[in-house]
Design a protein around this ligand. Sequence first.
Ligand code: KIV
Ligand code: ZN
Length: 523
Amino acid sequence: MTQKTAQPRVLIFDTTLRDGEQSPGATMTHDEKLEIAGLLDEMGVDIIEAGFPIASEGDFAAVSAIAKRSRNSTICGLARANFKDIDRCWEAVKHARSPRIHTFIGTSPLHRAIPNLDMDQMAERIHETVTHARNLCDNVQWSPMDATRTEHDYLCRTVEIAIKAGATTINIPDTVGYTYPFESAKLIAMLLERVPNADKVTFATHCHNDLGMATANALAAVEAGARQIECTINGLGERAGNTALEEVVMAMRVRNDILPYQTGIDTSKIMNLSRRVSSVSGFAVQFNKAIVGKNAFLHESGIHQDGVLKNVQTFEIMRPEDIGLTATNIAMGKHSGRAALRSKLKELGFELADNQLNDVFVRFKALADRKKEVYDEDLIALVADEATSDDNNHLQVKRLRVVCGTEGPREAELTLVIGGVDSSTDATGDGPVDAAFNAVNMLYAHNAKLQLYQVHAVTEGTDAQATVSVRLEEDGRIATGTSADTDTVVASVKAYVHALNRLIQRRMKSAPDSDVKTVSYKQ
Ligand code: KIV
Ligand code: ZN
């Protein structure tokens, strides 16, 4: 009998809560970050980058809370190349069962110009800061930011210094999504060959998707010897995003014949995490997104459907259940009971506490009264919406009536509960949504600008729920609100009010000069 040799292990480093959250508008609340970190840990992510502790009190608190609750994953915090950042990072991650400090500095010519350090001065800074981090923590990751645009000789020199100073992981970021698979592989191979003791550390790849090649670049780096992939759920991240976790993990699973690597990820948890990240970040997943898009397993054309019915492998390279997509989309209706709802939600990946289940059950019954059949997507939208309607929110929508149609004026009558007190008004607008938003603004004056307003139908049919995302910007702070309802105008107003509540929370929590989005990478 031939013994199957174990495949090399590729570590999965998830940075949804750090690089992903840096995406404008993707800000998550403290509790949402804790929930996502818990799910990542449960899914088998090796390292969770939980935040940038020096960036704000909120980030610090989230990283320490995640560190304290961590079970299996290593918890990592980001720090620029200075002692103050590194000390603060250590204070936050030290509670973890397995902590890591990740420190970085921009090494390319463009990035060296920012702190105005010459090559020798920067080399000295790398030596001092990595040594300092290593004196605090046994597990230190170092990144030369913009590595893919750094001169090779200088990159080798800095990586050598970081290894000598005690870095245990060397991450090679393609910060601006500039590289190409062949080049990504050559860079890792070059470093492994030229840098002394490169074989004593783990090399990581961190790619951005500006040219749509983040997944390919990460996998090419693995083929060349990288053994850690940095990625985010749904590819969330600044600009075009980061490498998507679900893509690299499923690529290594489906094409294990040519990518013979293993990860510790329980892929059946992917779909639930994708939905939760989409819901808390307010970033909808595009329908044709690989692996987790709504259409990823849909076969519309007759030829495809026929083929799939005869043999699923005709047109499917992976099974929906591999990523936790339940095959049964059995509709629930108004006669379904609490136990059926609990079991359906469990199947969809939601394990709710009794009081949460009671609240969702009441809303499910109300929805089933308005809508003949309640599908999986409806329940997912309902649970997500439940999470946004907190009784402690400063603003709450109590009552809304709108008048619209071919004849103007379009009018909205709105009652908001503001800080526990009812306030009502009437307003007009160009349409029902405009009139309703004007009513909100009359009741609660603010300077936030509407950056994005998006409506999606959750299922087919005219009785479908609409999910609405609203993104607001106020003094450089961005907040996204979401809501779902069978009435699009109600969902819109609730999403608008949700975004305002998030801005209010952020205003209260962050000190004026300590907001994560205003901390630059300047060293
Ligand atoms: O893209 C990048 O360079 C980063 C670093 C901070 C690692 O996110
Ligand atoms: Zn990045």
